[in-house]
Design a protein around this ligand. Structure first.
Ligand code: SAJ
Length: 420
């Protein structure tokens, strides 16, 4: 690699992971070009602004764009290191779709040169990094690419997944340990040297395939554990027990740490990644599949519980409190709260009032339902039925007096009296 200040880095995909990563690399003094297919994203970043919500990201992007260390572009240019951070969604049958990764590979293949390092960060099914390597090898027969652990080659290829938590991305990008998966040992060493520019956590070397599986395992672990909590919440309803109290008490055991139930699991990672493992071994990934089904089933269950309450108060207004996929953010992707609210809006129409303090306008999903977007105070004043879907701080601040006399379904347990 050239001298520190001259390192040129191309980051493909300027979304929730790619943009913060590009900005943090630019802060180390590298010259970063962010490559994205969306002209609006490219223009916004080149103005020193951002198109996503993330704590402190606006100031950092403004700083590195103004200093000339970060620029966005619609096309690729020669660099020393490429980082691919594009989405890997699934299709209607939960089959992983790696077409954006392959497209990113096609974008950078023409500008690759001897000595380059390509790092895939997108959550990917096991074997994707090798597929990317094969794509490069087919597109660039003039360059050599590693086939096995002991190989040396013209271009290094590695898989290094991110594991940052939305809302704490800038901190966790630096602080978290990272799995560094090389196709060869040299690829892993090169990638480690690159991440050490900005990562303070440990960089742990492994193969690309192991690192791919590790990422999927981390999010599946969380999904399975949330499914346990969600299943408990339904069993406790049947037994007329307060699940929040049961969990609080059980967690007093020194080796028990049960997560929190909710209306389901949302976001672009935990509700998606376990399917990649299920898809790679459907016969054996039984627990992981069941956890997904339990967590998705909690959406319908929550809707039915809320609907039963609304049916018990004919004509009463129903407040859906929260639409985001988790507390104190504006992100609605794969949000179970949004799905429950949508089902209620379709069933109860203009009886429904929707509250989401972190967004300004109602999402398209509610068009034509008659449901209205309103403020927390107005909803609390007008609605007799309260359906608490997200544990935003704004809702935790609702007083006992404001809730008095209401019919309440609290999916998050924030209004449950603490006895332990
Ligand atoms: N949730 C519960 N109960 C809980 C914890 C979470 O219902 O006790 C729900 C949340 O409400 C939300 C969903 O799970 O709907 C996911 O939220 P989260 O905060 O657990 O995780 P994400 O999706 O924001 O980020 C996850 C993280 N992975 C793990 O914690 C293993 C993050 O570190 C990853 O980088 C990220 O996925 C990713 O990009 O893969």
């Amino acid at each position: 690699m050239p001298a520190e200040t001259q390192l040129r880095v191309g980051v493909v995909g300027l979304g929730y992971i790619g943009l913060p990563t590009a900005a943090v690399i630019a802060r180390t003094g590298a010259r970063v070009v962010g490559i994205d297919v969306n002209p609006h994203v490219v223009e916004t970043i080149n103005r020193g602004q951002i198109h996503i919500e993330e704590a402190n990201l606006d100031a950092l992007v403004h700083q590195v764009v103004t200093s000339g260390h970060l620029a966005a572009s619609l096309s690729a240019e020669p660099c020393d290191v490429f980082v691919i951070a594009v989405p890997t969604p699934f299709d209607d049958d939960h089959r992983p779709d790696i077409s954006y990764v392959l497209k990113a590979g096609e974008t950078i293949a023409p500008v690759l040169k001897r000595g380059d390092l390509v790092i895939l960060e997108s959550t990917s099914p096991v074997g994707t990094t090798e597929q990317l390597r094969d794509l490069f090898a087919a597109a660039r027969p003039d360059l050599s690419f590693p086939q096995g652990w002991d190989d040396s080659a013209d271009v290094c290829v590695a898989y290094c997944p991110e594991r940052v938590l939305p809302g704490k991305i800038l901190f966790e990008l630096v602080d978290n340990d990272r799995s560094i998966g090389g196709i060869s040992a040299t690829c892993a060493d090169r990638a480690t040297a690159f991440y050490k520019r900005f990562v303070e956590g440990a960089c742990i070397v492994t193969t690309a395939r192991t690192a791919e599986m590790c990422k999927l395992v981390e999010n599946s672990f969380r999904d399975v554990n949330i499914a346990f909590a969600n299943e408990l919440s339904i069993v406790c309803d049947t037994l007329e027990l307060d699940v929040w109290e049961v969990i609080r008490l059980a967690n007093r055991h020194p080796r028990v740490n049960i997560l929190q139930p909710g209306p389901g699991v949302g976001g672009h990672c935990i509700a998606v990644d376990p399917w990649f493992i299920v898809h790679s071994d459907p016969a054996n990934a039984r627990l992981i599949r069941t956890a997904r089904e339990v967590n998705d089933g909690k959406i319908t269950y929550s809707f039915e519980r809320a609907a039963a309450l609304a049916d018990a108060a004919p004509g009463a207004k129903i407040a859906c409190l929260g639409l985001a996929f988790k507390p104190n953010i504006d992100d609605l992707r794969e949000s179970p709260a949004l799905r429950v609210a949508q089902l209620l809006a379709e069933r109860f129409g203009d009886r429904v009032q929707l509250v989401e303090p972190h967004i300004d306008t109602l999402p398209r999903a509610f068009e034509g339902t008659g449901a209205q977007f309103t403020t927390p105070d107005a909803a609390l004043a007008e609605c007799e039925v309260l359906v608490l879907l997200v544990d935003h701080d704004a809702f935790k601040a609702v007083t006992v007096e404001q809730r008095a006399g209401k019919l309440i379904y609290d999916c998050r347990g924030i209004w449950t009296a603490a006895r332990s």
